[in-house]
Design a protein around this ligand. Structure first.
Ligand code: GLC
Length: 749
């Protein structure tokens, strides 16, 4: 297999990139001079103080004392602007060198105005909208004194059992890279020193989403090639987008906790990517290396983290405690300490904190503005995925006179917001029930009978009232899903069926014979096959945030048309996990006609069932594939055209196809481009998303969609761990999801 190595082009590219990176990441010389001038004045205690982040207790006087002593460089989880200014004043007026604090907070999908959880935003496949959402979050958070968010979370997540899939941008490397970079741009704005900009912190570096069995904090076993081809690219894209900080992940990968992993933090992040922001540990992840069995005590944990390149320690205080001893014992060097402090000071200076350390507590509020709420509604609309719509049940039309609203998520202002809501206020949540009553209550009669009190509720005595409401209605809207506490950090599940008696509720109202529209709000894919089977329509919303109600109401009544596509594969059964579209083919790929469990004849012969890769009780296909999502209209794909079918690795392929809106509603289609490298020096995924675009088409309209694909985008880390495009045969699809599409082939020579 001849490997095409474009040596001259690569060398130029590396040189050019490093120069660009150097100028971009080294920042401007003025800042570097200021950093050096300040660093040269600092004592060891002051240096280590910058490397220490604390989460203040309610007694701020105690924190003020630590700041005064120069022991604190950053605080997190303080969002009272007056308290922040008070502590900042201590740093700026009562310490020797007057180095401002940097204030961090988890602003994951909104600060006060809550957007759909990141997994929901990913379903929009809309980088511009995602960037706007992050910018609104930055405007709101910075107005309260926050300088730095611990986001975007860009772990690749392929296991719905993992609660933190909610915070991710899904299973795909390209989608996560694209949207993660958009979030970095949104948070940081054009200039980090702009008062409405906050520093981003791509996390969790790296591989956390591959936690074994989807159990949070569990070990991962990702070999270097998979790290480089699947898990690292989204973080590289974040560096290229100018991310100011990074956070290490809790997991040990192949036995090495990320917080002590020199390969990812020094070799990859610093040497290969030229990153020169600062790296913060995750919450106590430095001293958790003791529990990992990677350090025998806090002192060794501090040594391993510092030597790996973790510049700032979140809350576990081992740096302040042990750095002097470690220096005296020559287990760490002053150069390492100085580099860590340089990285921290550089970001504080780029943020403009030395010139503007305080937040203006008298500025007019920018929280929950009409513009922010409207953008959050737009995001919730574009994040909704229509999974089923038999007989055009949706949108609800004028024949509908009475609707029955049932289910525990119809009016759940807290749970609708989803996970990672430190600052969102449920009193601002507009729920589906309230939105339906407000916007459509004058057009239709609304009967409300939740049936269950909350998603885990197993008390079924309320179901009778829901059934009665269904009997008296023309259509049933069943709002089900997950309480927010069932998703997010440390909330992994081994069963993905709807919790409690929700499926029973749906079955009971379906038995009335009235059409049922099941609307799900959850933090992860759920195994909702049996619920979908008895529903005429299914609208899935990954916890849609503050404006989820008005968004869903407009979608149900056709004021908006669904366009969302799944950013993650939905399994039929939890036993299929991990399941994702860009899997390898294996030597015995599923043929799709294997004998399934129910059809196995008695005393079947040992090899009679087809020796291929599938589950006897689930097959090999998911319930719904990555990239899938319906509209109220339909689209046809035709006239796939390639600019050439023989290309060199330095060429660019132009791909076009005609997309027609063949239905009666105007709508938006997310057209996807997938490529398969048919064979390589190592096995390759059956396909990978390489581009996508959103197009709006009026009913009957046709547009030609054109993708420009540099063949360099097909490069990957091969058998020799070289990042190259290997010559060979390729397939591509222009498609509406990862399973279908117009197919063509080409060769790279
Ligand atoms: C948490 C999370 C991390 C978060 C940090 C600060 O444990 O793992 O994502 O940013 O602590 O809250």
């Amino acid at each position: 297999m001849k490997t095409v190595k474009i040596l001259s082009a690569c060398l130029f590219l590396v040189f050019w990139t490093s120069c660009t990176q150097e100028s971009k990441t080294k920042g401007d010389p003025t800042i570097e001079q200021k950093v050096e001038a300040l660093l040269s004045q600092m004592t060891l205690e002051e240096k280590v103080g910058q490397m220490n982040q604390i989460s203040p207790s309610s007694d701020l006087t105690e924190v003020a004392e630590l700041i005064k002593k120069g022991e604190v460089g950053s605080v997190l989880n303080l969002v009272d602007p007056k308290a922040i200014n008070a502590l900042q004043q201590v740093a700026m007026e009562e310490t020797r060198l007057k180095i401002p604090l940097i204030v961090g907070r988890d602003v994951i999908h909104g600060f006060k105005t809550i957007f759909p959880i990141p997994l929901g935003q990913a379903a929009s496949f809309n980088p511009e909208l995602v960037e706007e959402g992050a910018h609104i979050a930055a405007i709101e958070a910075s107005s309260q004194g926050v300088h730095w968010t611990f986001a975007p979370m860009i772990d690749i997540a392929r296991d719905a059992r993992w609660g933190r899939i909610a915070e991710s941008l899904g299973e795909d490397t390209y989608l996560t890279s694209t949207l993660g970079a958009a979030m970095v741009r949104g948070f940081q704005g054009k200039d980090l020193s702009d008062p409405t900009s906050i520093a981003a912190c791509p996390k969790h570096f790296v591989g956390y989403g591959a936690a074994e069995s989807g159990k949070d904090y569990n070990s991962t076993f990702i070999p270097e090639r998979t790290l480089r081809n699947v898990y690292l690219p989204s973080f590289k894209a974040a560096v290229d987008a100018g991310a100011a900080t990074f956070m290490t992940s809790f997991n040990d990968n192949d036995g090495v906790p990320s917080t002590g992993n020199q390969f990812i933090l020094k070799e990859v992040l610093r040497k290969e990517w030229n990153f020169n922001g600062f790296v913060v540990s995750d919450w106590a992840s430095v001293t958790e290396m003791i529990a990992h069995g990677f350090a025998k005590d806090g002192k060794e944990a501090a040594m391993k983290a510092i030597n790996a390149g973790v510049d700032m320690e979140m809350v576990s205080y081992s740096y302040v405690t042990y750095v002097k001893e470690l220096l005296d014992e020559k287990k760490i060097t002053m150069q390492t300490i100085d580099n860590a402090v340089r990285n921290i000071l550089r970001i504080k200076m780029r943020l403009g904190l030395f010139e503007n350390p305080y937040v203006d507590v008298d500025a007019p509020s920018v929280l929950y503005t009409a513009e922010h709420l409207q953008k959050a509604k737009e995001a919730a609309i574009e994040s909704a995925i229509l999974l089923k719509n038999d007989n055009g049940t949706l949108p609800l039309n004028e024949t509908i006179r009475t609707i029955a609203v049932v289910g525990p998520l119809a009016d759940a202002p807290h749970d609708q917001l989803g996970t990672w809501i430190f600052d969102g206020d449920k009193n601002y949540t507009q729920t589906p029930l309230k939105a339906l009553q407000k916007e459509y209550g004058d057009k239709v009669r609304i009967l409300y009978a939740p049936g269950l009190a909350y998603s885990r509720d197993v008390k079924t005595d309320g179901i009778a009232a829901a059934v009665q409401a269904a009997r008296n209605a023309d259509v049933v809207l069943a709002f089900v899903g997950e309480e927010s506490i069932l998703s997010g950090e440390a909330h992994s599940l081994a069963d993905l069926n709807l919790q409690g008696a929700q499926s029973e509720l749906i079955a009971a109202v379906a038995k009335t014979g009235k059409p049922v529209v099941t609307i799900v709000m959850a933090g992860r894919p759920l195994t909702i096959g049996r619920d979908a089977d008895v529903s005429q329509a299914v609208l899935f919303n990954f916890h849609p945030g503050t404006m989820g109600g008005p968004a869903i109401a407009d979608l149900l009544f056709g004021k908006a048309v669904p366009s969302g596509k799944l950013p993650v594969t939905f399994p039929k059964m939890v036993g299929q996990l991990p399941i994702y579209y860009s899997h390898n083919n294996t030597g015995r790929p599923y043929q799709g006609n294997e004998t399934m469990l129910a059809d196995i004849p008695l005393e079947a012969g040992q090899t009679s069932l087809g020796n291929t890769s599938f589950h006897l009780d689930a097959g090999a296909y998911p319930l719904y594939p990555f990239g899938y999502g319906l509209s109220y209209t339909t689209f046809s794909y035709a006239n796939l055209n390639l600019s050439s079918d023989k290309l060199k690795a330095t060429d660019t392929l132009t791909v076009s196809a005609d997309i027609t809106n063949t239905g009666k509603y105007d709508g938006t289609e997310i057209v996807q481009l997938y490529v398969q490298d048919c064979f390589g020096s190592v096995t390759r995924p059956v396909k990978e998303l390489k581009d996508f675009t959103r197009i709006f088409l009026k009913s009957g309209e046709t547009k030609t969609v054109t993708f420009t694909l540099p063949i360099q985008k097909l490069a990957y880390y091969n058998i020799d761990m070289d990042y190259v495009v290997e010559a060979g045969d390729f397939n591509l699809w222009v498609s509406q999801d990862s399973q279908k599409g117009l197919k063509a082939s080409f060769v790279v020579e």
